[in-house]
Design a protein around this ligand. Structure first.
Ligand code: NAI
Length: 398
């Protein structure tokens, strides 16, 4: 029988519990089902569908709006007892099983979304088995590397400041340490490469390919998740390399809007709230911001997990009657995070933190750590220990 151990290096989870991942997906499905159904899109393509924001979006649209979904992700299956694959692999399977049980199409493509071949395969599938058109395309990809499909050159993203180094507190979850970190400024090359990986180029390439193939429905919507943050994380996020990549997505949204004019389509940047994900846990200093922010928001009753946030975005904002747009037309569900009292209290709290108190009742370290653990199937609500063999895991098909 397999033993599942939570193994963390720095703020990166190495161990996974595949059965815990499944339970976490079921918990999110329950969250959405308990809120009831709503009128939304019926044929959806989600790029980056296997974890956090993309997965929560998919769960929400399938079980809230009754959508058939195609999910593209880059995940790995089990190899041996020490390498059980990635959490997203099992999330994809758990999602497909549950969706199919409810009579929904849930097609998983596990491959490099950046390549032309991936786009073509998805297009072929939409034409042959998915009814020919999609009415929503969600772009929720986060990656450290991207190979340009035209030149074959591979770029790596860097999470760095721009101009001046940034010095501040960070947390190491493996060692349960609070320490001071220095983030160097990026070179011009690093800025360029981060925009290549995390900017909007691939989003635009997807939309061009889908349009060209005539698989976008009239009035198609495409969403892309951004983060703008606040004064408290500006130096290392908004003002850093990731901020540049997000600004590039804004520009590409304009291009896509132009591209979609004749079919009355729309590209929408959704500025989402800070949540605990595989990608956000490794942003320097960000965990400290989160443990302060979550504490304040939990006390105010505004703290949201990925599924809560995505449910609100689609059910209440995009397909509901409570959208909030900013002056350049971006959707702003992050307004709860940006609330001035929330930010003032978060700042006050973060300034008090040190090695002794960072994981005490003063902060939401407990919430952050649980949410982080949930991503790999640990500390999952309603989880009951079960026995499973490697062969059984290998037999699961995505
Ligand atoms: P994540 O790391 O949990 O998920 C990334 C997804 O992309 C996974 O499904 C993964 O399999 C897929 N992926 C990565 N490389 C791929 C490739 N080459 N081909 C196909 N699929 C690939 O990321 P997270 O945190 O959910 O981020 C999604 C988006 O949301 C990002 O644009 C991020 O900047 C944005 N966002 C995140 C916030 C946060 O606090 N985590 C806040 C606001 C926006």
């Amino acid at each position: 029988m397999l033993k599942f151990e939570q193994n963390i290096r720095g703020n990166v989870a190495l161990g996974i519990n595949p059965l815990g991942c499944k339970q976490e997906v079921l918990n999110q499905i329950d969250y959405v089902k308990n809120k009831g159904t709503y009128q939304g899109p019926k044929k959806v393509l989600i790029i980056g569908a296997s974890s956090s924001y993309g997965l929560a979006t998919r769960i929400n649209l399938a079980f809230g709006a009754g959508a058939d979904t195609i999910g593209v992700s880059f995940e790995k299956g089990p190899k041996n007892e020490r390498n059980l694959g990635t959490a997203g692999w099992y999330n994809n399977i758990a999602f497909r099983e549950a969706a199919e049980k409810d009579g929904l199409i849930a097609k998983n493509f596990v491959q490099d979304a950046f390549s032309h071949e991936s786009k073509q395969e998805v297009i072929d599938y939409i034409k042959s088995e998915f009814g020919g058109k999609v009415d929503l395309v969600v772009y929720s990809l986060a990656s450290g590397r991207r190979t340009d499909p035209d030149t074959g050159e591979t770029y790596s993203s860097s999470i760095k400041a721009i101009g001046e180094p940034v010095v501040g507190p960070n947390i190491n979850m493996q060692k349960q340490e609070f320490y001071t970190e220095t983030l160097d400024p990026a070179t011009d090359q690093e800025i360029h490469d981060t925009v290549k990986v995390m900017g909007g180029e691939d989003w635009q390439l997807w939309m061009e390919a889908l349009k060209e193939a005539d698989v976008l429905a009239d009035e198609v919507l495409t969403t892309n998740y951004s983060y703008l943050g606040t004064e408290l994380n500006h130096d290392y996020y908004g003002g850093g390399t990731l901020g540049r990549a997000k600004a590039d997505c804004d520009e590409k949204a304009d291009n896509i809007n132009e591209l979609l004019t004749d079919i009355n389509g729309k590209a929408l940047i959704v500025v989402a709230t800070a949540v605990t994900t595989k990608a956000s846990s490794v942003i320097p200093f960000f965990p400290v911001y989160c443990i302060g922010l979550y504490k304040v928001m939990a006390e105010k009753g505004t703290h949201e997990t990925t599924i809560m946030h995505q449910d609100r975005i689609y059910r209440e904002m995009i397909y509901g009657d409570k959208p909030e747009y900013d002056e350049v037309g971006r959707l702003r569900p992050d307004s709860w995070e940006l609330d001035s009292d929330t930010q003032a209290k978060t700042k006050e709290l973060i300034l008090k933190l040190n090695e002794e108190n960072f994981n005490s009742e003063l902060t939401a370290y407990d919430i952050f750590y649980k949410e982080f653990s949930n991503l790999s199937g640990f500390m999952v609500d309603n989880y009951v220990d079960q026995e499973v063999t490697l062969e059984e895991l290998k037999a699961l098909k995505y």
